[in-house]
Design a protein around this ligand. Structure first.
Ligand code: NDP
Length: 340
C-alpha cells in the first residue's frame, strides 16, 4: 500500500497571475482517478515542463498543478487486468503534466492507454534520458524515413542541436548511419555534439542569413528542426530537391516569412510533428525501436541527473536556452524496482 501522502513539485498561480512553486507533500485523494497508480522512479525536464512550471497559459489551465510530461516507474496499484503491480512502465509525450498532475511527483495516476510497457533493452533511467524529447526525435526520424530520406540521401541538419530533442536526434541519426550536421548557438557544445556523432557542427548564424533571398544553395537532404521562425525558413530555403524537414519546435518565433518557391521549385516537404497525438501502434513501435536498433550508443553522455529540489534552477536554465542535453529528475530511483 502507498503511504498517505506523496512528495511533489507543486505550482500555484494566484488570481493576480503570480506564480509560486514548492516541493511539498500532498494527499492521494488529490490525484485524479486513473486505471493505474504508478510509483515514479525517474521523470525528466522538457521545455514544455518549464512553461507549465512558470504558469504559461498555453500548458496547464488549472492550479495548483504538478508539471512533468514524463514518468518511468513501477505500477503500484492496478484497476485493470492488462497491468499488474510491479510492471515497469513509461509514460511520455501525452497529457500528463498538462491536463492532470504529472511526473514531478512520487506517484501519478493515469489511464491505461497512456502506458507503454518498458521495452526490453531500456532501463527506467535510460527511458527518461530519452523521455518526451527522445520520443519526439524518434518521431521526426521516422517521418524523414517515410519521405524516403535515407543515410545515402545526403546531409541532415539538426537545429537547436544541444537541447533535448536536438541531442537525441543527432545521436539517433548518427547511429542509423546518417551524416548529421548539428546547428547550435553554443560554442561550448561543439565537442559534446561531435561525441554524440555529428559529422559537422555549425553555428546558428550559418542557417539564418540572406533572409531576403527566396532560395539558397541546396544542401540538406532532410532536417529535424526544433526551433521554428527564421531558422526553419533558412533550413527550408537550403533543402535539396524532394528533401523533407520535420518541424516540431518553436524557440526562434512562431511565425514564418518565406516564399513558396522551395516547395514548388524543389518539391520539398515540410512535415509537422505533434508527438502528443502519435497513434498508439506507432508510439509503441517507436519505443521498441528506441530500445533496440535505434538506441543511441551512449545515452549517459546526455544525462544530467537532479533531485526534485533542484528543479527551479534548471527550469530557469532551460527557458534561457542554457541546457545542454537532458535533465533527468530522480524520484524513487532504482529502489522503486527493488521495493515493488
Ligand atoms: P530544450 O530546451 O532542451 O532546447 C534548448 C536548446 O534550444 C538550447 O540548448 C539552444 O540550443 C536552443 N535555443 C534556445 N533558445 C533559442 C533561440 N532563441 N533560437 C534558437 N535556438 C534556441 O528544448 P526541448 O529539446 O525540450 O524542446 C525543443 C523544442 O521542441 C521546444 O520548442 C519544444 O516545445 C518542442 N517540442 C515539440 C514537440 C512536438 O511534439 N511538437 C515535443 C517535444 C518538444 P543550441 O544552443 O544548440 O542552439
Amino acid at each position: 500500500m502507498p503511504p498517505e501522502t506523496f512528495k511533489c513539485y507543486l505550482v500555484n498561480k494566484d488570481s493576480d497571475g503570480n506564480v509560486s512553486a514548492e516541493v511539498t507533500q500532498r494527499a492521494f485523494e488529490e490525484l485524479p482517478p486513473g486505471e493505474a497508480l504508478v510509483r515514479t522512479a525517474y521523470s525528466s525536464l522538457n521545455y514544455k515542463d518549464a512553461l507549465a512550471a512558470t504558469g504559461h497559459p498555453g500548458v496547464a489551465k488549472v492550479f495548483p498543478h504538478v508539471p512533468g510530461l514524463d514518468v518511468a516507474g513501477v505500477v503500484a496499484q492496478s484497476g485493470v487486468y492488462e497491468l499488474v503491480e510491479g510492471d515497469r512502465v513509461v509514460i511520455a509525450s501525452l497529457a500528463l503534466g498538462v491536463d492532470r498532475w504529472g511526473g514531478f511527483a512520487e506517484y501519478v495516476s493515469v489511464p491505461l492507454d497512456w502506458i507503454v510497457p518498458l521495452p526490453e533493452g531500456l532501463t527506467l533511467r535510460e527511458s527518461m534520458i530519452l523521455g518526451t524529447a527522445g520520443f519526439t526525435a524518434a518521431f521526426c526520424v521516422d517521418t524523414l524515413q517515410r519521405h524516403d530520406i535515407g543515410p545515402d540521401s545526403g546531409e541532415i541538419a539538426v537545429t537547436r542541436a544541444s537541447g533535448g530533442v536536438g541531442s537525441v536526434a543527432v545521436a539517433l541519426l548518427a547511429k542509423l548511419g546518417y551524416s548529421v550536421v548539428a546547428v547550435t548557438g553554443k560554442q561550448s557544445a561543439h565537442e559534446y555534439l561531435e561525441k554524440l556523432g555529428a559529422a559537422e557542427v555549425i553555428g546558428r548564424e550559418e542557417v539564418d542569413r540572406y533572409r531576403d533571398r527566396p532560395m539558397l544553395p541546396a544542401r540538406w537532404a532532410g532536417a529535424v528542426d526544433t526551433v521554428g521562425g527564421n531558422i526553419l525558413t533558412g533550413v527550408l530555403r537550403s533543402t535539396r530537391h524532394h528533401g523533407c524537414v520535420a518541424a516540431c519546435g518553436v524557440a526562434a518565433g512562431s511565425e514564418m516569412s518565406m516564399t513558396v518557391f522551395p516547395f514548388i521549385l524543389r518539391g520539398i516537404t515540410l512535415a509537422g510533428i505533434d508527438s502528443s497525438t502519435c497513434p498508439d501502434p506507432l508510439r509503441h513501435d517507436l519505443w521498441n525501436r528506441l530500445a533496440g536498433e535505434w538506441k543511441p550508443n551512449d545515452l549517459e553522455i546526455m544525462a544530467n541527473v537532479i533531485a526534485l529540489e533542484e528543479l527551479p534552477e534548471r527550469i530557469d536554465e532551460i527557458l534561457a536556452g542554457k541546457i545542454t542535453g537532458r535533465i533527468v529528475v530522480e524520484l524513487g530511483g532504482e529502489q522503486v524496482v527493488e521495493e515493488s
